[in-house]
Write a protein that binds this ligand. Structure first.
Ligand code: FEO
Length: 392
């Protein structure tokens, strides 16, 4: 794949990673991309690099347009190996290029990551970098997705280099939103948002205000496709997700040892359906944690079920609860359920984890060995009650 023009002066020179299936614990069944952008101006400037193993690809794409010795700046929008991973290699071949990073956190991140004292050009909020005809303006967007994050805006062409924000994990030979369609791409962006940004909604809202104030024509994220047609749609959806808006959707997330917890899950789901509300069942031994976290983004009700094993929550459920506490899905309602043989405890532990994750716990049910008809009716009733509470 060659360098791909984005606007008159901006070229995509990144890399497509067709084979990645696990991106720091996020399931990526369709791969990903690491987007680097080259701005051709009097002072040619590279926005981000790629994972070190893709350095050769990026180099070839840059060299279609100029020699690495002609690069004036390399902008690091945040220090993480998928974007800054090639910096050390690139610096060997383009030592003249000044590295631009965010003040304090970016400076510290680069120094620690590369154990080097490269001369850096730090940028604060509103910092400007003249490229010749055009200029880049920088906006600090901490925690989107690391503390040093910033965005860069090329006003002359209305291009916002948004770093991780508005990205999707998707390997494709396409580079633009209109080449794949808004519905599909917004679905990809929602799963990415849930796993990366759900813990940082206040910071997302603050960043959105800045982006909406700029009104970019093109939003060029560091992963996935470039928004040139559906920019308003992705901003609208980010607004909805950042406000924590959910819909009447109930997830029943569980694992089972001998089938008892699964029978409870099915009774709960039937209760939700009885009240006309959408429900999804997710068996944690069969699904991917990050895919389920993606569904939590819009779900208003959560049931989490686990058998008790060795006085503990079942391992797959414990792992999922660790993810759930991390993304802190505040504003949802939660119920814990499960079965045990000789001693219980999983249900209380799940309730504690839900509370730690900001979920309002509205109930729990724990049964010994197999659920009786009465206990299954209790599960059904819990499903119905949840459905009534999540309905508008
Ligand atoms: Fe795409 Fe936060 O790295």
């Amino acid at each position: 794949m060659k360098a791909i023009p984005v606007t008159d002066s901006v070229y995509w020179v990144g890399a497509v990673d067709w084979n990645i299936r696990n991106f720091h614990h996020i399931h990526t069944p369709r791969g990903s991309s690491y987007n680097a952008y080259l701005i051709l101006d009097e002072k040619p400037t590279l926005i981000d690099t790629v994972k070190a193993s893709f350095y050769g690809e990026m180099k070839e794409r840059i060299e279609e347009k100029l020699s690495l010795r002609e690069l004036a700046h390399i902008v690091s929008l945040h220090v993480e190996p998928d974007h800054s991973g090639s910096l050390a290699l690139l610096r060997q071949e383009a030592p003249q290029a000044q590295i631009v990073t965010s003040q304090r956190f970016g400076e510290a991140g680069l120094a620690r990551t590369f154990q080097a004292s490269w001369p850096l050009m730090p940028m604060g909020e509103g910092g400007q970098l003249s490229l010749g005809k055009g200029q880049l303006q920088f906006y600090l967007t901490p925690m989107l997705h690391w503390p040093d994050n910033m965005m860069a805006y090329l006003e002359r062409e209305g291009v916002l280099f948004s770093s991780d924000a508005f990205g999707q994990t998707l390997a494709t030979s396409r580079r633009f939103d209109d080449e794949v369609g808004a519905g599909f791409l917004l679905g990809e962006a929602s799963g990415y948002f849930a796993n990366i940004f759900l813990p940082y909604l206040n910071q997302v809202r603050r960043a959105l205000e800045k982006v909406e104030g700029l009104g970019p024509k093109v939003i060029a994220p560091s992963h996935g496709l470039i928004w040139r047609k559906y920019g308003k749609e992705i901003l609208k959806n980010y607004g909805k997700w950042a406000r924590g808006e959910t819909r009447p959707l109930v997830l029943v997330i569980y694992d089972t040892m001998w089938g008892s917890t699964e029978r409870m899950a099915q009774a709960i789901a039937q209760g939700v359906v009885d009240e006309g509300v959408e429900v999804q069942l997710h068996n944690l031994s069969l699904g991917q944690e990050s895919d389920i976290i993606g569904q939590i983004l819009e779900a208003r009700g959560l049931f989490i079920g686990s058998p008790t094993m060795h006085n503990e929550v079942y391992p797959t459920v414990a792992s999922f609860l660790s993810c759930l506490k991390g993304v802190r899905p505040r504003g949802r309602l939660g119920v814990a359920f499960g079965s045990f043989g000789w001693s219980g405890g999983a249900v209380k532990a799940i309730q504690d984890s839900l509370r730690e994750g900001g979920v309002e716990v509205i109930g729990g049910v724990e049964v010994k060995f197999t659920p009786t008809a009465e206990e299954l009716t209790q599960c059904l009733e819990l499903g119905r009650e949840m459905a009534r509470r999540v309905r508008p």
